[in-house]
Design a protein around this ligand. Sequence first.
Ligand SMILES: *Cc1c(COP(=O)(O)O)cnc(C)c1O
Length: 223
Amino acid sequence: MTDAAERLAATLTDINKAESEFGRASGSVTLIAVSKTFDSASIRPVLEAGQRVFGENRVQEAMQKWPGLRDDFDEIELHLIGPLQSNKAKEAVATFDVIHTVDRLKIAKALKSEMDRQGRQLPCFIQVNTGEEPQKAGIAPQDVDAFISACRDDVGLDIVGLMCIPPVDEAPGEHFALLEKIAARNAIKGLSMGMSSDYKTAVGFGATHVRVGSAIFGARDYR
Ligand SMILES: *Cc1c(COP(=O)(O)O)cnc(C)c1O
């Protein structure tokens, strides 16, 4: 039986191995431990093991869990990796440190006005629907360049990266490569890509942030 702290250590070792295997600088990939659906008691051992960067996909759930954890642990960095409604922008800006899922102008504007109001300019990633799946959030690849300019130049968001979730039934590599290409031509450095099943591949394609949940916390129970 392994526990979450051991699986965290194994994941960090794997990331480090992948960095050297693919000629990436050591420490160039940030692990986001995705703690969605897990309660504070399950998250604490991972914090105690030293992990500080976490991802949650629901604003409401994060608001319930993280203020208490922030009281007990310094320097937590919380990333919003799930879809955002503009009526939750206020809570999102107050709760999170980085947003990965900017994918509509309405959201971009709502976030910016809340950031101004709260005096917190959060780094943002734009979510790209690399597989052009109708059910999936994200900007279509052909619309991304214009959307990036609008977010940067018109809205004034600090766009630090792009994020994608490849289709489940396709090899992820081509999606990671596409995201990297879009980022490069827009002079964007951050690439949020790779989950439990494919984070090592993502490191090979230039990921700067991998979002790993079940490989650390175990299988999720959505009941
Ligand atoms: C849940 C989730 C993850 C983590 O998924 P695992 O397969 O458990 O590693 C990563 N990214 C997003 C956007 C998620 O919603």
